[in-house]
Design a protein around this ligand. Structure first.
Ligand code: MN
Length: 272
């Protein structure tokens, strides 16, 4: 049997006065759901947009359509923007992962809009799971820029898709077969703009058994590199259950609560 061990952390960084990122670390109705959203908009509008996106995912019932939840978040952000002048034009990225499938075929479903990313670390190699919806990513795909040039491009933060932009949003999805030892990373661009993929890979490799150490290590690296933006990191480890549970009568929700501290949460969940 596999179980999940997650850890999430968010930080405003060293330059921004507020944190427009938001995260979900298994504390929603579906305990296998994890997400990062990076809000866009003046004053507190960006914070509101990312908060709404996470709120909608927080309410998602296990097994409910995943893409539809992201579309619902888009509608709610648009509606909130129409109802309040200060919020008009707000938007957010979102990247979310939900674990499920069967014991024989465990999977992770990934959905995203914008440039917040998901990666899979397997067998020591870091693989991107998402493709950014950004100007520079499109130029990389068309062959007009290399990945390295894109990382240095002045318009690297210009995204071409976001929640809150249009009535309908196109949501990219992927289904990944999961195996014991896999590690999923979700992050905002406050990490990936500051730390190279090689750097991320190295930090993840330093703490294979400890998602908290991995998440904190990535955050520290982004801060050390300047912390120019809000930084959010969620690391979810997929593990083999070492032995049958012998903790007696407490159910898993009670166990999960005692390991949760504010935005940071650490608990075990028997996923399959
Ligand atoms: Mn950002």
């Amino acid at each position: 049997m596999l179980f999940l061990e997650p850890f999430g952390v968010t930080d405003e960084g060293k330059v921004r006065a507020n944190n427009e990122d938001a995260l979900l670390v298994g504390e929603g109705r579906d305990e296998t759901l994890f997400a990062v959203a990076d809000g866009i908009g003046g004053f507190e509008a960006g914070e509101e947009a990312s908060r709404i996106a996470i709120e909608v995912l927080n309410e998602l019932e296990p097994g409910s359509p995943f893409q539809e939840a992201v579309r619902e978040a888009n509608r709610r952000i648009l509606a909130a923007g129409r109802g309040d002048e200060r919020l008009s034009g707000m938007g957010t990225t979102v990247v979310a992962v939900r674990f499920g499938g069967t014991t024989e075929r465990p999977v992770a479903e990934v959905a995203h809009v914008g440039d917040s990313r998901a990666y899979l670390l397997r067998g020591g190699s870091l693989r991107p799971v998402t493709e950014d919806h950004s100007l520079v990513a499109e130029l990389v795909r068309s062959g007009d820029l290399t990945r390295d040039q894109a990382a240095e491009h002045p318009q690297k933060n210009l995204i071409t898709r976001a929640l809150g932009a249009d009535e309908e949003v196109e949501v990219d999805t992927a289904v990944l077969p999961m195996e014991a030892g896999d590690r999923i990373l979700l992050c905002s661009d406050g990490l990936t703009d500051m730390v190279s993929e090689d750097g991320i890979s190295l930090i993840l490799a330093e703490s294979p058994e400890d998602p908290e150490k991995a998440a904190r290590g990535l955050l520290s690296a982004a801060l050390d590199a300047g912390g120019n933006d809000n930084i959010t990191v969620v690391v979810v480890d997929v593990r083999e259950q070492p032995q049958p549970e012998t903790t007696g009568t407490r159910d898993r929700r009670e166990r999960s609560e005692e390991r949760r501290v504010g935005k940071e949460c650490r608990y075990r969940w028997s996923a399959y």
